[in-house]
Design a binder for this molecule. Structure first.
Ligand code: NAD
Ligand code: AHE
Ligand code: ZN
Length: 375
């Protein structure tokens, strides 16, 4: 069949909206009509050429919601008409990682997914006979896409697609980093570096869990009001502190008789390795945990003095907020429907597919929290 898609022809080039060919679902696969998709910074990361797994021409997008319109042979867990969210972190419940109960990083299809292919090693997308690659197993910048059934979460059919698409990455990543990865406890102190589409969801996750002091750090002063809107208690612009940002934050978080500063939990939501170090070193001596959420480009490395770890700080990372997609994503949709978490105010722009490059520009300029393309 034919479908409309925004194609990433090459790194650093604007997406091109065109009609492409899409083959039907094969064994264990479903076809989904994508109704809405968010634009995440990771799409920009890959489009920029910084992603070592970046492969072109490809159909990007990994933050979608839609309806199952066709199922391939052998599909048992999904049916036509199901409302679903595609999962770039699938949940097969059978691989050693799923069975370990220690991680959400299902390995069932990770190898082919990273090569831009379906699990059988082929692509369902082409244009004029030329293969187009899938992206993160999702390719939500296409009106119709094909996914393995283990990579779709079935969700409440009353939930609006143009909001819950954000649960396909940003919301789950931010809230999940707090709940699943850091396991923040009520009364904790936390510092969130980068108040974009991910950082604001970390902040609302911290509010949900009952953290006391929630410090937001961003180089863009417009983000102060955004952070406060979702529960941030203090804002710091590192360019305005007139000294070392780590020392400044450590002083801000001093408490107790020994007056040792540092936060119980810190989160990098920028993708800058320099900021990752600042976040780590702002964690409390003895127990502070720092969670890396941001994704950094090929060749970039993190550094710190080993002393920082010797003295009890813990450096962790998280993908998709540690969420097990088929199990956890429907619950997060229900939390949204019950008013426990907010999404609507973070969706600052709604676009048509033809305007998708404007969505990338708004993100690069720091003018959007989330742009959502509605098909
Ligand atoms: P975004 O562009 O919406 O937000 C980034 C924010 O960081 C902006 O507000 C920007 O002003 C701020 N910032 C930039 N440099 C800074 C600095 N030096 N100090 C403080 N703040 C700074 O991006 P996003 O969609 O929120 O994504 C954030 C990062 O998370 C990206 O690297 C993205 O690829 C990554 N990400 C990771 C996962 C995961 O599963 N680990 C999931 C989604 C996104
Ligand atoms: N391809 C990149 C890695 C990018 C990355 O870490 N992606 C996150 C999700 S970001 C969503 O916006 C992720 O899920 N990582 C786990 C995984 O298996 O990819 C690179 O650096 O090679
Ligand atoms: Zn994302």
């Amino acid at each position: 069949m034919k479908t409309k898609a925004a194609v990433a022809i090459a790194a650093g080039k604007p997406l091109e909206v065109m009609e492409v060919d899409l083959d039907g679902p094969r064994d264990g696969e479903v076809m989904v009509e994508i109704k809405a998709t968010g634009i995440c910074h990771t799409d920009e990361f890959t489009l920029s050429g910084a992603d070592p797994e970046g492969i072109f021409p490809a159909i990007l997008g990994h933050e979608g919601a839609g309806i199952v319109v066709d199922v391939g042979p052998g599909v048992t867990s999904r049916k036509k008409g199901d409302h679903v969210i595609p999962l770039y972190t699938p949940e097969c419940r059978q691989c050693p990682s799923c069975l370990s109960r220690k991680t959400n990083l299902c390995t069932a299809i990770r190898a082919t997914q990273g090569q831009g292919l379906m699990p059988d090693g082929t692509s369902r997308f082409s244009v004029n006979g030329e293969k187009l690659f899938h992206y993160m197993g999702c390719s939500t910048f296409s009106n119709f896409t094909v996914l393995p059934e283990i990579a779709v979460a079935k969700v409440n059919p009353d939930a609006p697609f143009d909001k819950i698409c954000y649960i396909g990455c940003g919301v789950t990543t931010g809230v999940g980093a707090v709940i699943n990865t850091a396991k923040v406890e009520p009364g904790a102190t936390a510092i969130v570096f980068g108040l974009g589409g991910i950082g604001l969801n970390v902040i609302q996750g911290l509010r949900l869990i009952g953290a006391d002091m929630i410090i937001g750090v961003d180089v863009n002063n417009d983000k102060k009001a955004w952070g406060e809107r979702f529960g941030m208690t203090h804002f710091v612009n590192p360019n305005e502190v007139g000294g070392d940002i780590v020392q400044y934050l450590v002083n801000m978080t001093k408490r107790g008789a020994d007056q040792i500063g540092g936060a119980d939990y810190t989160f990098d939501c920028t993708g800058s390795v320099k900021v990752m170090r600042q976040a780590f070193e702002s964690a409390h001596r003895g127990w502070g945990q720092s969670i890396i959420i941001g994704v950094a480009g090929a060749g970039q490395e993190i550094a710190t003095r080993p002393f920082q770890l010797v003295t009890g700080r813990v450096w962790k990372g998280t993908a998709f907020g540690g969420a097990r997609g088929r199990t956890d994503v429907p619950k997060i949709v229900d939390w949204y429907m019950a008013g426990k978490i907010e999404i609507d105010p973070m969706i600052t722009h709604k676009l048509e597919l033809e305007e998708i490059n404007k969505g990338f520009d708004l993100m690069r300029e720091g003018k959007s929290i989330r742009s959502v393309v509605v098909y």
